[in-house]
Design a binder for this molecule. Structure first.
Ligand code: 6YU
Length: 501
């Protein structure tokens, strides 16, 4: 049903959530929708870059859980953006619980290649503990964080089960657990698993389907969606500095949006999709009046950390032909720490390893290194040469091959991106489902006498169970568009407001 409504709607941010909101509103018949985007491009954290002759994903990499319930998968299929393998029903039916069963190569800091037998007892125990972490329902008791829980339970279960192994084997298994914790830091986008709330860890839900990529780049999805929007709908390089709304009175122009450029834009509704990292840093400048306290506390309790990629190209592979992921296990880390004591000197120890870019015929010999946390934020401050040097030293040490030299490197720098301030959200200590409810709650809150739905909130950090993902972000854009559509559907036929933007 087309509504043909004159309400003035401004969307702040042209990432997938902002695009999805605008797309749905325009399709529903809203004539006066516009997007204000701080940068010169669409896509936000979906960003495809070039690396030599190849494309690489600087931001989002995979469709997590590519199956019928995943709207990103459905759109990508509709636009013809996927390889046949991803479309295979068997692929969609695989349920991997967020951890694809990749073929690993594992190296240790003394230059040894470890075997599956070295790794499996620790890996199996870790998988069991992650499952148990997601089953814990109540917050805070007896452990506040996933890190605390895992460390304590490994000690307890190891004492029970690993009775027949010598001290060296036991120590190596604990070092493997440290590596697994670093992997989780990257997956969760956090500095340490000690910062991820235990009670809320299970809020995240996975979808069936073996994670797949976009052979032509994730930005293909953005291009297709953008091509279906009216030209001129987005104003680029237009950062918003302040949103004036009212908690108390009805006004001719319910919302006034102030831009860095000095431009002021009156609107009936604004959909805010700025990343949580940006919101944490700038909420007090961004909202006038300020966010209500319960909402602000949720902004503060939810976590937003850094996960970066370092792409490295080699002349020849030093990993097996079937290898999909490489782990680097430090043999001095049996304390199960997932953070390094001296960031400047040993930041590289936080890099858990690499994923292998496949297929080789397309990419050549390219690896993607993963590094999370403050170590990752420090890495962003170094030069390409310094990062390449550290990578070469690291790889030479773990492979025992002193002449391996990266041909070139490229990395992401999400923490220092002023419009993102990190990578993605996670539930911090003390978080609950209520925090995500608070995140998505529009302003003014219920009971106010002023115009309803002045400020709406979308973006990955506002999804109750798919936060941190592209599909989560997309669904929140649709959710907020639907909120406005049903608002205007319920007050028709006098649904239009006065002026145009
Ligand atoms: C996914 C994946 N993926 C890797 C890396 C990153 C992310 N994600 P946007 O930021 O896009 O848009 C906001 C816009 O607002 C932006 O354009 C700004 O410029 C603009 N803006 C800001 N301030 C403004 C202002 N003042 N005025 C105007 N404009 C302003 N997701 O599905 N698959 O493989 C990865 C990955 C390195 C950085 C990812 C992945 C996350 C997504 O990229 C992200 O959620 C969405 O793109 C966000 O869209 P948006 O519209 O909300 O914001 C088991 C378990 C544990 C639980 N965790 C599971 C982890 C799963 C996540 N995995 C991620 C992994 C990778 C590798």
């Amino acid at each position: 049903m087309a509504l043909s409504v004159d309400a003035r709607i401004v969307v702040i941010g042209c990432g997938i959530s902002g695009i999805a909101a605008a797309h749905r509103l325009v399709k529903a018949g809203f004539h006066h929708v516009r997007i204000l985007e701080a940068t010169a491009r669409s896509g936000g954290r979906i960003k495809t870059g070039r690396f030599g002759d190849n494309i690489v994903e600087i931001g989002a990499n995979w469709i997590h859980g590519p199956s019928e319930e995943n709207p990103v998968f459905c759109l990508a299929r509709q636009y013809g953006l996927l390889d046949p393998e991803a479309l295979d029903p068997d692929n969609q039916a695989m349920d991997v619980g967020g951890h694809p069963p990749w073929v690993p190569n594992i190296f240790s800091s003394s230059g040894r290649k470890l075997t599956a037998e070295d790794m499996d007892p620790a890996r199996e125990m870790f998988a069991e503990l992650l499952y148990d972490s997601s089953e814990v329902q109540s917050e805070g008791e007896p452990f506040a964080s996933v890190g605390d829980f895992v460390r304590s339970e490994v000690q307890r279960r190891a004492a029970e089960r690993w009775t027949d192994v010598d001290a060296a084997t036991r120590s190596l298994r604990l070092c493997v657990i440290s590596n697994m914790l670093k992997v989780e830091c990257s997956i969760n986008g956090t500095h340490s698993m000690d910062e991820v709330g235990l009670g809320a860890f299970g809020l995240y839900k996975t979808l069936p389907g073996l994670d797949c990529t976009f052979p032509g780049g994730y930005e293909g999805l953005i291009k297709h969606l953008m091509s279906e929007l009216p030209g001129g709908l987005v104003t680029y390089s237009q950062p918003v500095s302040r949103v004036h709304w009212s908690n108390t009175e009805r006004r001719e122009d319910p919302v006034m949006i102030e831009c860095d450029s000095g431009q002021r834009i009156a609107a009936d509704h604004v959909v805010v999709t700025v990343p949580l990292g940006y919101l944490k840093k700038h909420h007090s400048a961004l909202f006038c009046p300020p966010l209500p306290l319960h909402k602000l506390h949720s902004v503060q309790r939810l976590g937003f950390g850094t996960n970066n990629k370092i792409f490295v190209e080699f002349d020849a592979p030093w990993w097996d032909a079937d290898c999909e992921v490489i782990h680097f296990v430090w043999e001095d880390e049996d304390s199960m720490e997932d953070q390094v004591p001296d960031v400047q000197r040993s930041w590289i120890k936080k890099l858990f390893g690499f994923t292998v870019l496949k297929p080789t015929e397309r990419y050549g010999h390219v690896l993607c290194g993963w590094i999370a946390g403050h170590e990752s934020e420090y890495m962003e401050t170094l030069s390409d040469q310094e990062v390449a040097h550290s990578m070469a030293q690291l790889i030479r040490r773990f492979t025992g091959n002193p002449i391996i030299t990266p041909r070139r490197i490229q990395r992401s720098q999400w923490f220092h991106d002023p419009w993102t301030c990190g990578s993605y959200s996670y539930p911090g200590k003390g978080c609950s489902a209520q925090d995500l409810e608070n995140m998505m709650e529009p302003l003014p809150t219920k009971g106010s006498q002023s115009q309803p739905l002045q400020v709406l909130f979308a973006g990955e950090a506002t999804h109750p169970c798919y936060y941190s993902t592209v599909h989560g972000a997309l669904l929140t854009g649709w959710r907020e568009a639907d909120r406005l559509i049903s608002h205007y559907s319920s007050i028709r036929p006098s649904a239009s407001s006065k002026s145009k933007i």
